[in-house]
Write a protein that binds this ligand. Structure first.
Ligand SMILES: *Cc1c(COP(=O)(O)O)cnc(C)c1O
Length: 442
């Protein structure tokens, strides 16, 4: 058990602007969370604009310092909204989508289609047509069937489309089995060792309207260890060299994917952005040097690490239970409908009493969600002070893959989202209403 108050113990997990006011109430972006809860209700997702912008700037600065042609594409599946897209545009980020829905929202937020990459192992024909109609910059082709459909559609239209090939290099990313993607037995990408990646390149080079700009790998996430990137780059550049020798093909672009880690708990250390940048760049330099390849333009695709730390989930305590010699439960007014990650990936989080940020926690409590599943536990064994009914609990590092994976399970209402900055809170998505639940019903 820590002997620091949460405002200090969680300083690497909370947003950059987090403070405690003189009463010990958490403030984010100059906004007091008690005021936010009063105005917007709970559960509430609070995003700190400053943290998002500072992270974007660090990404571009650190990668462009190493690799002049580097570009950053935010992986929008981590969380997408028009409000976020506008910030990304201002910060010079592009964006990756994995569905027509994400593409639609990205365009609504003002993203230049040229700066969009379209990913996924199950793009439908309709989605591919929509992407071609909108002029997305790159389609990252995942498999033979997709390649055949794209060949056909671009011939019909007689219009050129830039593509990258997603290659599965056969590298163990050392992360959760549900989030590893670079192994040979993966649903994603063209397997390299079996020769399927080479066959796909040959076919794509034959397609008259497909321009193959290079290769893409994404190994999994979150990757606290940088070595898998280095291994992946060594493997893919060897492949690139072989393709140059055998087919005269030279890559112009390369993406090492996303998966850069996020600090979820006080005892974790996610490497800084510049450490990934230095090691990824040096692996690319070395490989290109060894194989006599040109240095490609590098597109990185961070998702969780861009928005994760900026987001805080705010809940109210709705019930408490003490089971003698067993466990104390505190149940909050949200749970797996707004954060499925603990139930799905055993994800760990911190919890803090948002109105007692200067109090050193002294009891061990399990923070449970309100949904009708025993697995709906947000934080097992959290260190908290004693809590009153209605008191606020904050769960930091909640910005990624929570709202994005939300559901209406138990017909819960989807929470409101506010963006805070310099003492101002802007509601960027209103809370669902009971009537909203009936909107699609005929
Ligand atoms: C999910 C994904 C990312 C982003 O992963 P994060 O862990 O959010 O950084 C990047 N690229 C691809 C292809 C992905 O599928």
């Amino acid at each position: 058990m820590t002997n620091l108050p949460p405002i200090e113990a969680l300083s690497d997990v909370l947003p950059l602007t987090a403070h405690a006011d003189p009463d010990g109430v958490l403030e984010i972006g100059g906004c007091n969370v008690r005021d936010l809860a009063n105005e917007f209700g709970t559960p509430l997702y609070i995003y700190d604009e400053h943290t998002i912008r500072a992270t974007c700037r660090a990404y571009l600065r650190d990668y462009q310092a190493q690799l002049p042609g580097a570009r950053a594409h935010y992986a929008s599946k981590a969380w997408l909204s028009p409000a976020l897209t506008r910030i990304l545009v201002e910060e010079g980020f592009g964006l990756d989508v994995v569905s027509a829905g994400e593409l639609h929202v990205a365009l609504a937020g003002g993203m230049d289609p040229e700066q969009i990459g379209f990913h996924g192992n199950g793009k439908t024909r309709e989605e591919l047509e929509y992407a071609l109609d909108r002029g997305v910059g790159r389609i990252i082709v995942d498999n033979d069937d997709e390649l055949a459909v794209l060949d056909e559609l671009t011939r019909d239209r007689a219009s050129e489309q830039r593509i990258m090939l997603r290659i599965t290099p056969g590298v163990d990313a050392q992360t959760h089995a549900k989030t590893t993607t670079g192994l040979r037995d993966s649903k994603f990408g063209f397997p390299l060792p079996s020769g399927q990646a080479e066959a796909a390149l040959v076919r794509a080079l034959d397609a008259p309207f497909l321009d193959v700009t290079g290769f893409h790998i994404h190994l999994g996430s979150p990757l606290f260890n940088i070595q898998p990137y280095v291994d992946g780059i060594a493997t893919i550049s060897e492949f690139a060299a072989r393709m140059k020798q055998r087919h005269g093909y030279e890559w112009r672009e390369f993406s090492p994917g996303g998966g850069m880690a996020l600090t979820y708990t006080a005892d974790q250390v996610a490497p800084e952005t510049d450490r990934y940048a230095v090691e990824i760049a040096s692996a690319i330099d070395t490989a290109c040097d060894t194989h006599g390849l040109p240095i490609p333009d590098v597109h990185i695709e961070p998702g969780r690490s861009v928005v994760g730390r900026a987001g805080v989930a705010l809940y109210s305590v709705v019930s408490r239970k003490h089971i003698p010699e067993t466990r104390d439960y505190v149940t909050v007014d949200g749970g797996m409908a707004d954060n499925i990650r603990p139930a799905m990936y055993d994800s760990q989080y911190e919890a803090a009493a948002a109105e007692q940020m200067r109090i050193i926690p002294h009891i061990m409590v399990t923070v449970a969600g309100k949904f009708c599943e025993s697995g709906d536990v947000l934080v097992r064994d959290a260190h908290l002070p004693s809590l009153q009914l209605g008191e606020l609990i904050a769960i930091p590092a909640s910005g990624a893959y929570q709202i994005a994976m939300e559901s209406n399970y138990n017909l819960a209402l989807r929470p409101a989202i506010v963006m805070v900055n310099d003492g101002e809170a802007k509601l960027v998505r209103r809370r669902q209403t009971l009537d909203d639940l009936l909107q699609l019903e005929l």
